[in-house]
Design a protein around this ligand. Structure first.
Ligand code: HEM
Length: 135
């Protein structure tokens, strides 16, 4: 695949502290899915505006980027700005929307509360119905 041959950024790790310093118009770095994008030269060209990128500068913009529902063209274009990857030791320090969702679904406690509360409510309704009917 032609694209993978150009992925020289793979394995080029940066620490979160360093990424956070690139939060100004002279150097604007953004994290998307643990990859670092240098958007300094793209700010003015971004169809969604400069402001939204500035707001996320130096931080993780994965959620905002996905919420917009960027086109395939936008995603292909975005690959040209990748300069490196977030250091593996820092990955649990940034938001992980998809993984959080999986954890929630796996969690037994949320399963319990989602069944026990409606269950108790149903019993109360049944008792009230029974009480009124027997009057
Ligand atoms: C490498 C990073 C990015 C690239 C290459 C990129 C590219 C684009 C492109 C090409 C569009 C036009 C619509 C489309 O083709 O989907 C767009 C729209 C937009 N982008 Fe980005 N974008 C990037 C990052 C972001 C981020 C991080 C945010 C939010 C913080 C953002 C927010 C938006 C918004 C709000 C629009 C306008 C959507 C609309 O008008 O419907 N973008 N972007």
């Amino acid at each position: 695949m032609a694209a993978s041959a150009r992925e020289e950024w793979r394995g080029r790790y940066y620490r979160l502290e360093e990424i956070q310093t690139h939060n100004h118009s002279q150097s604007t770095w953004i994290l998307l899915h643990h990859r670092i994008y240098d958007l300094t030269k793209f700010l003015e060209e971004h169809p969604g505006g400069e402001e939204v990128l500035r707001e996320q500068a130096g931080g993780d913009a994965t959620e905002s980027f996905e919420d917009v529902g960027h086109s395939t063209d936008a995603r292909t274009l975005s690959e040209t700005f990748i300069i490196g990857e977030l250091h593996p030791d820092d990955r649990d320090k940034v938001q992980k929307p998809t993984e959080t969702l999986i954890t929630t679904l796996d969690s037994n406690s949320s399963w319990w509360t989602s069944w026990v509360i409606p269950g108790i409510a149903a019993i109360i309704v049944a008792l009230m119905y029974h009480f009124y009917m027997s009057e």
